[in-house]
Design a protein around this ligand. Sequence first.
Ligand code: HEC
Length: 272
Amino acid sequence: MKTFFLLLAIAGLTACGAGSGEGLNQQGLPTSSSNGNSSASSSSAPENAVTLAQLQQTIFGAICTNCHTGANAPRGLRLDSEENAYAFLVNRTADEIPTLMRVNPGKPDDSYLIKKLEGSADIVGARMPLGGPFLSQEQIDQVRSWIANGAPRTGAGSATTKVARASAQKLNSQVTVDLHFSRPLQFDTIDPDSISVFYRTTARQKTAIDFSLLLVDQTLYLSVNNLPEQATHVEVLIYNSELQPLLDKNHHAFDGDSDENQGGGYSYVYPL
Ligand code: HEC
C-alpha cells in the first residue's frame, strides 16, 4: 500500500483562476485543438515563457555588459545588445571548451553559458559574472527556461512545457529532488498516482513508499524519506498519461520526453 502525503501550494494567487479545470473536457483533456499535436502553433504564444528581450534587459545588458562589450569583449563574447547576445551565444562554440555550444537550443544542461553561470566543476576559468555577485537560482532558471524552449530570437519559442532543470541532493536518509519546468504548471493537474519514485539497490529496484510532493508555481519539490543505506539510485517517473496529463497554464500537456510534442513520460535518475 502506497502511503504518502500530497502537499500542493502555489506561489502567487494569480495561478488560482487558471487551475480550476477550465478548458478541459470530461476526461480532463485540454479542449484546445492543438492537443497532442506537434505543430503546436507559435500563435498560441505561451504567456509565461521568458524571452531574450527580458533576459537582455534584466541580466545580459544589466550585469554582463560591464565586461562583455565591444570588440575586446572577453572571449569575444559580446552581450551588449539583444542582437549580439543572440549572435554570440546561440549555436556558437564556446571558446574555453570548444566541444560545447555557449547555448545549445533545447539543452540547458549542455550549454556552456549555464555551466559558467552555475560555476559547474567542469568549466575553464571563473564562474560568471566574474568576481560576483552571482545570479540567483531564479535568474539562472530564467536563462534555462529560455534555452529549454529552443532559445528563440524573439518571442517565447517552443509551445511545449518541459523540465528545464532537474537536481537532487541527499541528506542522511532523505533525498530531495527539484524539477524546474520551463513554464508554470497547473497545480491541480499533478496527480500523486501519476508520479512514482523508485530506489535501486545493487540487487533490485524497489518502489519508495515514503515521499511527499510540493508544487510551487514552476518547481516541483519531491522529498523521499527513509531510504535504506544500500540504495544506489533514486528514480522519479512522471507517467503523464494521455488521460491525466500534467497541464501548463495554457492547458497544454507537459512535454515529458522533450520531443516538442505534448505528452510523453519523464524520468530522472539520481545516483547516490
Ligand atoms: C567583471 C567582468 C565580467 C563580467 C561582469 C562578466 N564576465 Fe563573463 N567573462 C569575463 C572574463 C574575463 C572571461 C574569460 C575568463 C574566464 O572565463 O574566467 C569571461 C568569460 C565568459 C564566458 C566564456 C565564453 C567562452 O566562450 O568561453 C561566458 C559564457 C561568460 N563570460 C558569460 C558571462 C555572463 C552571462 C555574464 C553576466 C551574467 C558575465 N559573463 C559577466 C569577464 C566578465
